[in-house]
Design a binder for this molecule. Structure first.
Ligand code: NDP
Length: 398
């Protein structure tokens, strides 16, 4: 018996629920818990088998502990927001439940994506004989595992890493985000940091761009260098890396809207007084923007996300590109979601499967690249995210 509790009923939570429901032998029972229970019920109504739905406020440890003790899942899949990571980890420790997530902890009042808060739980999880698996979405997640897979099978030593995340999808809105708007905007407006020669170098947000042509006719897009949380753990876990960078595609309309919203203060995270009430501009903006979970039916086009790694093998320098391409409408046909939630939810389901089936089960706090990439990579091919490897892809990156 392996009962799981999914916390968070947004775009990603919906995909995780669909994908877990497809594997009744692995996920024998599913509980879907979130702040707004109606969202859990709407997802449950789409599924091929019954799941239990529950209301929970994951900001409160005692409430979570009571729920975990009552339901007794083996594992919590946290796909709520990064703000809830630590309260859910605390509750898992207290109730004796394994933990996993897709995004690292971030305090509400500082836009700082860093692992140190969660890495500090290592000893506690080890002593409790429990596992916390961190960052198991696509990026972070599959991109870390792609790096580990290339390092294991194609290189003796890896030297540079460029993670390239292209969303060639179009939802038809002038401005919308493909995952939680607040988290997305905090991430995109942060200073850029990339890893070079043993340290992180800070540059202004969006100050370096280049053109990138995706394989398989996905198209040519402008990609911008930005900070992304997997760089932190990959720089630690692959100490031979001399440089690691993350690139994401953005359309001109998205960037123009973001610039204007930033200029007028709508992306701010500090509270302001309005009509005698404190409001946080970015939280108000979030309520005006389309819900990412609603973009599925109207998004067309493909995502192309992968890793370009250089390094040495048998004394020779080489370059290898490993990527996945996913069609937004194919995702919608399968799980009623666009490809950004799909490409996050599928790796989360596979990570949960690795843990429950024992291939990855190990007490402590682990980033995904520290575990054997092979069974995970095999499962990506089976569960909707097939990947390709191109040796010497022939493109030059900045
Ligand atoms: P959504 O905003 O669509 O969904 C978040 C869900 O969490 C909502 O159902 C929300 O409830 C619920 N929630 C928020 N706060 C609480 C709380 N205190 N207690 C219980 N439930 C709560 O976000 P997404 O589905 O787009 O993203 C989910 C997570 O996935 C985020 O952490 C995001 O950073 C991560 N992500 C990771 C990616 C990767 O590749 N690694 C890519 C994309 C996303 P309510 O409905 O009441 O607001």
């Amino acid at each position: 018996m392996s009962k799981v509790m999914i916390i968070g009923a947004g775009g990603v939570g919906g995909v995780v629920a669909h994908k877990c429901a497809q594997l009744p032998d692995t996920f024998t029972e599913i509980v879907l818990a979130s702040r707004t229970v109606a969202k859990c019920e709407a997802i449950a109504a789409q599924l091929s088998r019954p799941v239990k739905t529950v209301q929970v406020d994951a900001d409160h440890v005692a409430e979570l502990v009571a729920l975990l003790r009552a339901e007794q899942p083996l594992l919590v899949i946290n796909v709520a927001l990064p703000y809830q990571d630590l309260t859910i980890m605390d509750a898992c420790l207290e109730a004796g439940v394994h933990y996993m997530d897709t995004a690292n902890y971030e305090p509400l009042d500082t836009a700082k994506f860093e692992y140190h808060w969660q890495w500090a739980y290592r000893e506690k999880f080890e002593q409790a004989g429990l596992m916390a698996l961190l960052g198991c979405g696509f990026d972070p997640g599959a991109t870390n595992i792609f790096t580990a897979y290339l390092a294991k099978h194609y290189f003796d030593e890896i030297h540079t890493l460029d993670i390239i995340d292209v969303n060639g999808g179009d939802h038809g809105y002038p401005f919308a985000t493909n995952f939680n708007p607040e988290i997305n905007i905090r991430e995109v407006t942060a200073d850029c940091r990339h890893y070079e020669n043993g340290e992180f170098v800070t540059t202004p947000a969006m100050s370096l761009k280049q053109s990138f042509t995706c394989p398989e006719d996905v198209g040519t897009y402008n990609i911008y260098r930005m900070y992304h949380e997997e760089l932190e753990s990959l720089a630690v876990n692959f100490p031979t890396l001399k440089r690691a960078q993350f690139w994401m595609s953005f359309g001109d309309s998205y960037l123009k809207h973001l610039e204007v919203l930033g200029n007028v203060g709508m992306t701010g995270i500090a509270p302001v007084e309005f009509n005698g009430q404190q409001i946080v501009p970015i939280q108000f903006l979030r309520t005006l923007l389309p819900d990412p979970a609603s973009l599925g039916p109207r998004t067309v086009g493909k995502t192309c996300i992968g890793c370009v790694v250089t390094g040495s093998k048998d004394g020779q320098q080489k370059t290898v590109y490993l990527y996945n391409i996913k069609d937004h409408q194919a995702c919608y046909a399968e799980v009623q979601s666009q490809a950004i939630s799909y490409t996050t939810g599928v790796p989360a389901m596979i990570g949960a499967k690795m843990l429950l089936e024992g291939q990855w089960l190990k007490p402590g706090v682990w980033n995904v690249e520290q575990l054997d990439p092979d069974p995970f990579m095999a499962d990506l091919n089976v569960h909707g995210l097939p990947w390709q490897v191109v040796e010497e892809p022939g493109f030059e990156l900045v």
